[in-house]
Design a protein around this ligand. Structure first.
Ligand code: ATP
Length: 472
């Protein structure tokens, strides 16, 4: 984890939010490379869930909604985590996490049952920070509140959304009537959510402001099981297609006493992180809970009439809900490799450890590096800059002339650049360049005229060596 955090800062992926003021727990900013990677991740999800399917459409809802939404959703009453506080140093802990860390025993209960279990399990446990006595666990609401209104007396309490998906239920009727859709269909959204997490930790894993992606799939009650299984498999397939270490992915089924009261079944897709198996995305059986609750609180009727059979029913929902920032972090865990003895054999670097960020081609924040072999030959620099200008409108590109060529290759590998284009002395003679592939480090010669097309095909997954003979 420390290595990932340091790489993220050093190379401009992630910065601590408000760092110059000492930072604020649970908030991070994405830097120049981070925002590229994050955008590519979101684009990949959108393509997979919305673009490639006929019956899924997207929305982008507001962060603040009518406060009644959170009463209807159950969040005002029940969106709580169990909190204990040290009576001496006043440090606060999430009781269930404390138990996990102390390896007392896993507890799967929810609500009051959970509080009772935790109280029993934490009997006699002292504050890990100072050894002081801990309070009994109590329920702590995670919704972040804000005030809205221009006059002091008329200010209204609102909530920053605790989960992004509520906007989807709110707009179910609007989408249905405006898009000529029929059940079954899906509504997808990527957006920010806010939670007053008691102990934000593990870098991007548990933040107070983060982004979620949700698909809510509306279907006939009799088809719930079929669609639940379908989406569970689809989502796992997608994650497998993006990672190098498929063995680090698994399903975890929620225990009976962990399930929300409306859920018949719930599975998490988990990844094996340096701090254990952790949830990446949840596949939830929400049934008719959301539409029925919003129906009751708003007085609107969400009954659907099948246009062919005339049958009437309230659609049921399968939800797949994952975290963008968690995906970012887990993909870095998956991609990060240290190679001893150095792959690029420059004399100085032989004893060093080389970092390779083996990100999927579609996700890498920079696709192409353009490098003059040396920077003290103006003709080479001129040529390399021309090639850079030629490629830049088509791919995310970087121009780099500082340091030895080996060092520059390594700098590129460290942030996952897929391919490097080097202009050397031969370039000046025959208008060909050296093209180097990140993972194999193989090099081929390619004509400048064909460069754009070749890179495009390599990024689409075609075999690198198809485009030229190995020269190294
Ligand atoms: P956890 O048990 O880890 O708190 P959750 O079960 O409460 O997560 P959901 O409400 O199902 O999470 O949210 C869907 C997804 O949003 C999660 O799978 C996770 O990827 C992401 N997520 C949830 N909470 C956070 C957070 N505090 N920081 C970053 N991502 C989060």
């Amino acid at each position: 984890m420390d290595k990932i955090i340091s790489l993220c800062k050093r190379r401009g992926f992630i910065f601590q939010n408000s760092e110059i003021y000492g930072g604020i727990a649970g908030f991070y900013d994405y830097g120049p490379l981070g925002v590229e990677l994050k955008n590519n991740i979101k684009k990949a999800w959108w393509e997979e869930i919305v673009q490639k399917r006929e019956n899924v459409v997207g929305i982008d809802g507001a962060i603040i909604t009518h406060p009644r939404v959170w009463e209807a959703s159950g969040h005002v009453e029940g969106f709580t985590d169990p909190l204990v506080e040290c009576k001496k140093c006043h440090e606060r802990f999430r009781a269930d996490h404390l138990i996990e860390e102390l390896e007392i025993k896993e507890t799967g209960a929810v609500g009051e049952e959970l509080i009772k279990k935790l109280t029993r399990a934490l009997k006699g446990v002292k504050c890990p920070q100072c050894g002081g006595e801990l309070t009994k666990p109590r329920r702590f609401n995670l919704l972040v509140e804000a005030e809205l209104g221009v006059v002091e007396e008329g200010k209204k309490k609102v909530y920053l959304r605790g989960e992004a998906c509520q906007n989807i239920y709110l707009n179910y009727g609007n989408v249905l009537s405006s898009q000529r859709l029929k059940i079954p269909f899906g509504i997808a959204q990527i957006g920010k959510a806010f939670r007053n997490e008691i102990t934000p930790k593990n870098f991007l894993y548990r933040q107070r402001e983060f982004e979620q992606w949700d698909l809510q799939w509306f279907c006939h009650p009799k088809e719930m099981e079929k669609w639940y299984d379908f989406w569970k498999e689809e989502r796992m397939k997608w994650y497998k297609s993006l990672v190098n270490h498929k063995e680090n992915l698994r399903f975890r089924q929620h225990e009976k006493d962990e399930l929300a009261h409306y859920a018949k079944v719930a599975f998490d897709i988990e990844y094996k992180t340096p701090f254990g198996w952790k949830e990446w995305e949840g596949i939830h059986w929400r049934g008719d809970w959301d539409l029925s609750r919003h129906g009751k609180f708003s007085g609107k009727d969400f009954t659907y009439k099948d246009p062919e059979t005339g049958e009437e029913f309230v659609p049921q929902i399968v939800e797949t809900s994952g975290g963008v920032d968690r995906t970012f972090l887990f993909l870095l865990f998956d991609a990060y490799q240290e190679i001893k003895g150095c792959r690029t054999k420059t004399t100085k670097a032989v004893k060093e450890v080389e970092i390779l960020l083996k990100l999927h081609k579609s996700l890498a924040p920079v696709k192409v590096a353009v490098l003059p072999l040396v920077r003290n030959k103006p003709e080479l620099v001129k040529k390399a800059k021309e090639v850079y200008q030629m490629l830049k409108p088509h791919f995310s590109c970087q121009y780099d002339e500082l340091g030895s060529i080996g060092r520059r290759y390594r700098r590129g590998d460290e942030v996952g650049i897929i391919t490097s284009v080097t202009c050397d002395f031969q370039t000046l003679e025959d208008n060909t360049v050296t093209l180097r592939e990140r993972d194999s480090m193989k090099q081929i010669r390619v004509e400048i005229l064909k460069l754009k097309e070749v890179i495009q095909k390599i990024l689409e997954g075609e075999e690198f060596l198809k485009f030229g003979k190995i020269i190294k």
